[in-house]
Design a protein around this ligand. Sequence first.
Ligand code: AMP
Length: 214
Amino acid sequence: MKIIMLGAPGAGKGTQAAKIAAHYDIPHISTGDIFRANIKQGTELGKKAKAYMDAGALVPDELVVDLVVDRIGQDDCAKGYILDGFPRTIPQAESLTEALMAKNEAIDCAIDVEVPDENIINRMSGRRYCPGCGATYHIVSIPPKKEGICDNCGAELILRDDDKAETVKKRLEVYHDQTQPLIEYYQGQGKLRAVDGTKPMEEVFEAILHALGE
Ligand code: AMP
């Protein structure tokens, strides 16, 4: 099963992607997480990506595409994978389609998690991120057991720079401008399945499983 998660930043696609990955026992590949790991490790890629991310802009396509194509070619992806945060532009989607076509493969399904902008702004200011293990929480809908502390690794949770209000506005603009056209792109391929992302997390998950034919 090769799945793409679409949706605005803060639509909950990361949380759903993690649940789907666990359900099908396939890797959850988040380009945002890959960049954050590179920033933490101080790699060249991390240094290049950080300035774009902090400004709420997209990292240039050429820094993302090879990274993902390489990642999905690894052994653990043989059974499938779920892409979270990629593709984010039409050129990225076209590169992915071509790279898969060269191996006689294709994406099975693109899930669009639909949430209006006003809900997104409220949600993102409540998001908390674990710099230790990458887990994400929300102070209202997915609180950690102990306030401000990661359930998995005990690190102190933070509000990511790119989740701050002014950056969120910029990211939504970028989303509408550059990522939303992908909805039409995958619709045109007959692969798009939309779910209502304003529903409670478990209901969204059930809707996604249903959309995937379960
Ligand atoms: P995310 O965690 O998916 O919200 O990603 C955080 C940030 O990483 C984004 O705002 C972008 O700056 C960058 N990023 C992640 N994935 C991509 C991508 N496919 N193309 C360009 N930039 C990306």
